[in-house]
Design a protein around this ligand. Structure first.
Ligand SMILES: C[S@@+](CC[C@H](N)C(=O)[O-])C[C@H]1O[C@@H](n2cnc3c(N)ncnc32)[C@H](O)[C@@H]1O
Length: 747
């Protein structure tokens, strides 16, 4: 694994890793000091403290509650004892928190207020303990502050993260091996930073002509162009930094006759050459930032984001998983306080996609930013959730885990091939509440099914937030893509809204997300649906202060004021993939624009939903195939309507296999069944009418009466006899058929 680059600082602030590494470093140094003081001294201190320790040990070993945190298993006590010394260092080791958690009073550590025993025992995994040990207050506070819907306080909330909680404060400690690994990585990183600093000094030495002078940057370009040589990348980079400096102080550094626009144009051209972007895309991306920040963004796109995995709480918990992976030589850390299930990987001696834990579904490799839409969705146990564009299922399986395998998740993806990968993940991670289908979501929802409590639309997008993963985005997207893809996103989001049950007691929420940073695919899409669907409003994502606010204006366009409640994430700011998350609350039924097709939909709870067919919207739906981030085209894998015959054959085969597994001969059972069915289809009307007649004697009497009348009529009209006999034979039972045959024979 290319650790060096992953460990690299990627612009201020780098929340995912730096703070924790220095914390580990400090801890290691403190441990080394302690060691140097000598084992004897420590042993002496320990033997002095033994009576106290023993008491605590015995208490824990017996499962006695400590500070109301609930019983602990016997095995935990030994480790708890072992980690005592480190816990006392905790106040000095407080890591940077990208998302402040309301229940944690960080200042209390510094202000000298005495933390209680459990606080003393907290470490990086300490965020898990409060919940797992049944401290409901802390859980509720966490949920309100960082995950749950802002306006859901009326509803008693289920604790969302208890599944991923760990019990033993002792096991909170990373092993010595992990600490050593992290420390080694830190040393490497320090060397790398020193090298970078040396290079920067060299660079600035080369730029001596800048200081006080007005650098002739444009002249340099002309000279290079005249010489007809390929640009020297180092010089190009220098010119970028020079240009930025001039733009920052145009008055004293700008060339006479050159405007800010000239310098920006030059900067854009240099960005394109240096980083290899199509000019229109570089311009689009540049327009999101100040020139200096744009540089940081382009720079961050050149380095991979940290490798992160999500603990599958349906199978294990984060501490157990961390320990198992550490034992396999993986160097890791919790991803940050904002997530209780993420682990950031620094180094691994084994392929992370092939460990026994991976194969057993204990985790999924998933970008940190893609946790966020699911956290914003905040699915509740027992709900009906639709994941509209779900393959390969990173978010679906997280939804399923948060719902603790209850309720139902309909995981849809237009691509059949990708849906297969999704099925693989669903099985591996043990998600039993997921149903997979592959429709074009614009057509299928809510037409086929609607009335969901929550809908996630993690929309197909241009992928401008994940350029570090897929650099081809720099050149393979056209200006047309930035019209066609937002168009599709709008249609999908309308479908998502119309598929949501505004009456839902627990939900009525829609989360829209993309891994793109352009305004066209984010704020503009949301603004469009707000106009088309006045029955939705933007609500707080519940993701706290992590990320930046969405734009309320862009290039002269004004957006809804609440757009600031949406969240943007950038590689250079949060050190995660570029991402956009918006949460909407449905407040009333959608306008019935579906009248064009006259369709009504079935709600996920079986009732008829307030359908409004998206295709009935007053816009044309552009069905041009759109390429996904991975280069495949949605629906290219033969997406189409269900094939009933094919399905029947598949169902029959599955049934035969099921019987064989049970040791039953399918021919015997199915043969009998087939005969029975055949029999029933020959005489369906008679038997059905018999059954219908049974409960009501009056009906029987009426039937007898009418038979009598018929017979009388037949006697009166012998010429019509043969006809009525035909009719009766087609609807009567075999017995009556025999009788009628007999009569005929008699005749
Ligand atoms: C960003 S990816 C989804 C990633 C997924 N949510 C996850 O977390 O693993 C977008 C997905 O949308 C699917 N897609 C594209 N057009 C679609 C459509 N019209 N209806 C449903 N899905 C579509 C693509 O096949 C692709 O898998």
């Amino acid at each position: 694994m290319g650790v060096g680059r992953r460990m690299k600082k990627q612009g201020p602030p780098p929340p995912l890793d730096e703070a924790t590494i220095s914390m580990i470093k400090k801890r290691k140094a403190a441990e080394a000091d302690a060691k140097a003081e000598g084992g004897k001294k420590r042993r002496k201190a320990e033997s002095e403290a033994e009576p106290e320790t023993k008491k605590l040990k015995t208490k824990k070993a017996n499962g006695v509650e400590v500070n109301g945190k609930g019983k602990k298993p016997n095995g935990a006590a030994v480790l708890a004892n072992g980690s005592k010394a480190e816990k006392k260092k905790k106040p000095a080791q407080k890591p940077v928190e990208p998302v402040p958690e309301p229940e944690e009073d960080d200042d209390s550590w510094g202000s000298g207020s005495a933390p209680d025993l459990d606080e003393m025992m907290e470490d990086e995994f300490g965020d898990l303990d409060n919940v797992s040990e049944g401290d409901e207050n802390d859980v509720e506070k966490f949920d309100e502050g960082s995950v749950f819907d802002s306006d859901e306080d009326d509803h008693p909330r289920e604790k969302m993260f208890s599944d991923d909680e760990d019990e033993s404060d002792a096991e909170e400690k990373l092993t010595a091996a992990n600490i050593a690994g992290l420390s080694r990585k830190l040393d490497e990183q320090r060397e790398l930073e020193e090298e970078e600093a040396r290079q920067e000094i060299q660079e600035s030495a080369m730029q001596t002509n800048i200081a006080g002078d007005r650098p002739d940057i444009f002249g340099e370009i002309d000279a290079a162009a005249q010489a007809g040589v390929a640009p020297n990348m180092q010089l190009l980079r220098n010119r970028i930094t020079d240009t930025l400096r001039v733009i920052g102080d145009l008055e004293s550094l700008g060339q006479p006759g050159k405007s800010r626009a000239d310098y920006l144009q030059l900067l854009l051209a240099d960005f394109c050459t240096y980083y290899g972007y199509a000019p229109f895309l570089a311009e689009k991306l540049m327009s999101l930032f100040t020139p200096t920040e744009a540089f940081a963004f382009f720079e961050a796109n050149e380095a991979p984001r940290p490798v992160v995995l999500r603990t599958n709480t349906l199978r294990t918990n984060r501490r157990t998983l961390a320990q198992a992976l550490i034992n396999r030589g993986v160097v890791l850390e919790p991803v940050g306080k904002w997530s209780k299930v993420g682990l950031q990987i620094f180094e691994s001696a084994v392929p992370l996609g092939a460990t026994p834990e991976y194969l057993a579904g204990h985790y999924i490799l998933q970008a940190a930013s893609s946790f966020l839409p699911v956290m914003a969705l905040a699915p509740q146990p027992g709900e009906r959730v639709l994941d509209m564009a779900s393959a390969p299922g990173g978010k679906t399986t997280y939804i399923s885990a948060l719902m603790r395998n209850t309720g139902s998740v309909l995981a849809n993806d237009a691509s059949k091939v990708r849906a297969k990968g999704l099925i693989g993940n669903v099985h591996r991670l043990g998600c039993k509440n997921v149903v997979v289908c592959h429709y074009d979501a614009r057509e299928a929802f809510p037409k086929i099914l609607g009335g969901f409590d929550r809908v996630l639309l993690d929309a197909p997008c241009t992928g401008t937030g994940v350029i570090s993963k897929d650099p081809s985005v720099k050149t393979n997207k056209t200006e047309r893509d930035f019209l066609a893809i937002p168009h599709m996103q709008k249609q999908l989001l309308l479908a998502a809204i119309d598929s949501t049950d505004h009456h839902s007691k627990t939900g009525g929420y829609i989360v829209y997300s993309t891994c793109s940073v352009t305004v066209e695919e984010n704020e503009q899409v949301v603004q469009y649906v707000l106009r088309k669907r006045p029955n939705v409003k933007i609500v707080d994502t519940g993701l706290g202060g992590f990320g930046s606010e969405g734009f309320t204006s862009y290039m002269g366009k004004k957006f809804d004021e609440k757009m600031r409640l949406t969240r943007r994430y950038f590689p250079h700011r949060e050190n995660v993939d570029g991402f956009f998350v918006c949460k909407l609350k449905k407040t009333g039924p959608s306008p019935a624009t579906g009248a064009a097709t006259g369709s009504t939909s079935t709600a996920a709870n079986g009732s008829k939903s307030d359908v409004s067919n998206v295709s009935g919207d007053d816009e044309d739906v552009d069905k041009t195939p759109i390429t996904d981030n991975d280069g495949t085209t949605a629906g290219e894998a033969g997406f189409g309507p269900f094939n009933d015959d094919q399905d029947a054959e598949l169902i029959a085969r599955a049934e035969r296999n099921r019987l064989r597994r049970k040791g039953v001969n399918p021919k015997a059972v199915l043969g009998k069944q087939a005969k029975k069915t055949e029999k029933e289809t020959v005489e369906p009307t008679a038997s059905a009418s018999e059954k219908e007649d049974e409960p009501n004697k009056d009906t029987k009497n009426v039937a007898k009466e009418s038979k009598k009348n018929k017979k009388e009529k037949e006697k009166k009209k012998p010429e019509s006899h043969s006809e009525s006999a035909k009719t009766s034979s087609s609807t009567s039972s075999p017995a009556s058929k025999k009788a009628s045959k007999g009569k005929k024979g008699q005749k």
